[in-house]
Design a protein around this ligand. Structure first.
Ligand code: SF4
Length: 436
């Protein structure tokens, strides 16, 4: 399915696999802490000391089972989790001034051992005769569907795009994980009986009323919408991209030729902005500049990601906003103005050259998708409102999780929320006798 020469293949794997000897040696350093803080820091509460002990004792398949029991997306999370601010950031070795355990790389070692070897650890539960539609083909729906199938329910994922896997396939930074790794995980998870309807958009290609008729429950895991626009002059010039659209193009295609780009400007202060800037720089673009309306202390991007970007040669322009994109049929530059703390322009606008711009100022909240659901779905601050214990929405037929409900978080959060919703649906169907 994937083009062999898509742009992302030129990017290196920045955290390559450990050898067996390296993994065993690193596992031997773990103190197997009681009440381990690394576990408390994991949104899916993986028993980290347990799986590290299993690696240490030469049982990577057992380690993988420990991981996947807690987190069905454990294979991709091993690569894409921001471990520096989660498990690794809480490892007790930090307080001792020594390098923390490389938990993510050990997790990768364990999960690679089963996913790449085609070893299946799970199976579908005895059929309950119940069916659930999962809307969106990303991590939240995958985790939900996998858990549901294990519990004996039929799970069908409706994905409007051509790829399964959601952002894991077309949105995560390729220096963390290439698209084929996401597809390998999807295939492995789906082996137990998850059904897919690719290229089918819920609410458009299949009416919500049909889903409600044909399924006992609906899980919404459709993520966020398209890149938000700035609404300034020149935004329609060729070369001006929404950041997630640019990253998708890099990951799954070859529309972007980094060799033709000398100067790139990324607008925004979040992790998507940092990802886009790092990708462009690592692809060899000589001049990459990130422009943010506030100072570094206000960026929502992780500090360690900003430090990596700085080390790789990304320049930063603080307290500035674009006022126009310039060019005549082709982007040539960005007109910026400096701003004060309230983001009011100060001083004279100035120009920086640009052959490519990535606008990373947020994504839409899929209002149009939700508005078509019979009876509606309650929202709060642009997110689907859910019961924190079950993931159930205000509409009794619908559950939700992932970015659509949390506003945009990590893959591991989506996995946790998808699994939680599966538990909520299962309880409703079995204990409370949910009916169509
Ligand atoms: Fe091992 Fe560090 Fe977790 Fe302790 S905190 S169990 S040393 S990984």
């Amino acid at each position: 399915m994937l083009a062999a020469d898509r742009v992302e293949t030129r990017l290196p794997d920045l955290k390559p696999a450990l050898t067996e000897d390296q993994a065993r040696a690193e596992a031997a350093r773990c103190l197997f802490c009681h009440d381990a803080p690394c576990v408390a820091a994991c949104p899916t509460a993986i028993d980290i000391p347990m799986f590290i002990r299993q690696i240490h004792s030469g049982n990577p398949v057992g380690a993988a089972r420990t991981i996947f029991e807690a987190n069905p997306l454990g294979h991709s999370c091993a690569r894409v989790c921001p471990v520096e601010v989660l498990c690794v950031g809480e490892c007790v070795y930090n307080a001792k001034g020594e390098p923390p355990i490389m938990i993510g790389r050990l997790q990768r070692h364990a999960t690679d051992n089963v996913v790449h070897a085609g070893i299946q650890l799970f199976e579908a539960g005895a059929s309950t005769g119940r069916a659930i539609a999962c809307v969106g083909g990303g991590p939240a729906s995958l985790a939900c569907a996998h858990e549901l199938v294990r519990l004996g329910h039929r799970a069908v994922i409706f994905e409007k795009g051509a790829w399964p896997g959601g952002l894991n396939t077309d949105g995560v930074a390729p220096y963390k994980m290439h698209a084929e790794e996401s597809l390998a995980e999807v295939a492995w998870l789906s082996e137990i009986g998850i059904e897919w309807r690719l290229g089918v958009e819920a609410g458009r290609d299949v009416p919500w009323a049909d889903l409600e008729r044909d399924f006992d429950a609906v899980f919404l895991g459709a993520g966020l919408g398209a890149d938000s626009a700035l609404g300034i002059e020149g935004e329609d010039l060729p070369g001006v991209w929404g950041a997630t659209a640019l990253i998708e193009a890099i990951k799954t295609g070859r529309q972007v030729d980094p060799a033709t780009v000398y100067s790139a400007v990324v607008i925004g202060g979040g992790n998507t902005a940092i990802d886009a800037a790092r990708e462009l720089r690592l692809l060899g673009v000589p001049d990459v500049r990130l422009v943010y309306r506030r100072g570094p202390e206000s960026m929502s991007a992780y500090a360690h990601e900003r430090e990596h970007a700085t080390a790789e040669g990304v320049d930063f322009t603080w307290r500035a906003v674009p006022v126009a994109f310039e060019g005549n049929g082709r982007l040539t530059g960005v007109r910026l103005t400096t701003v004060d703390r309230a983001c009011n322009p100060v001083g004279e606008p100035f120009r920086v050259p640009a052959d490519l711009v990535a606008v990373a100022v947020g994504q839409g909240r899929l209002e149009s998708l939700l508005s078509g659901i019979p009876g509606g779905i309650a929202q709060e601050r642009g997110r689907v409102k859910v019961d924190p214990a079950t993931g159930r929405t205000s509409n009794p037929k619908y559950w939700a999780g992932g970015d659509l409900a949390n506003g945009g978080a990590e893959v591991v959060n989506a996995a946790a929320e998808g699994k939680r919703a599966a538990g909520g649906i299962h309880e409703w169907l079995t204990r409370n006798g949910g009916s169509r």
